[in-house]
Design a protein around this ligand. Sequence first.
Ligand code: IPE
Ligand code: IPE
Ligand code: MG
Length: 250
Amino acid sequence: MCVPPENGCPPAEPAPDPGLPRHVAIIMDGNGRWAKRRRLPRLRGHEAGAESVIAAVRACGDLGIACLTLYAFSVENWSRPRAEIAGLMALIRRFLREREAELHERRIRLRVIGRMCDLPADVRRALDRVMAETAEYPDRQLVLALSYGGRAEIADAARRIGEAVRAGTLDPRDIDEAAVAARLYAPDVPDPDLMIRTSGELRLSNFLLWQLSYAELFFSEVLWPDFRERHLVEAVEDYRRRQRRFGEVR
Ligand code: IPE
Ligand code: IPE
Ligand code: MG
């Protein structure tokens, strides 16, 4: 039953929409091809892609999606040309400089998953600072996958399990899925409900291999720099039409 609030009470929070993904993860792909089609250097594609990052953050906020994970730089991307890597690192610096205020306005907690130790020291420091300053925002999260690899994440979890066994704090008989999940980079973040990859590529490229086990997958032909709110809405509407069965008979 819906009871109207008494005078002076704040309006009740709208009930959460059960058809809405709580967590959307995106493989932001196609920046290079976007630039190539325009005869521009690849870095211009990455710059344009940064605008789509902001659009996606805003769109998730407006739609009420609590968590957005963006694959921004993979462990494999370290093998790209040095100038391209430097340009991508500069874009992370710029994002933090120019968008920090908006993260606060929207009360979004910034997180990073990946081997942060690989990043340039100043980028790491800037990320650490913004993560610390936004850590108390409870409802919305932006997770950046940086120097991220799904296999690396599982290997890092396995190493931590080995250390716990050696220290005598973990009995090998207690190693189960929960023990592995608890040692992933952001163990409290729920698994993605919906994974979107742009640019028409149909692969995971080492993204969230553990967490995507039961995610719904959506592949878009749109190149990442062209990705806007309507494309996210299209993916969410498609997600709403799916029947998630988790191996059961429904
Ligand atoms: C995605 O765009 C951005 C990163 C991997 C950092 P790409 O740079 O992979 O673009 P394409 O795939 O070459 O078009
Ligand atoms: C995946 O895209 C990594 C990111 C989006 C950061 P890539 O463009 O690097 O992946 P592949 O090479 O097509 O598999
Ligand atoms: Mg690519």
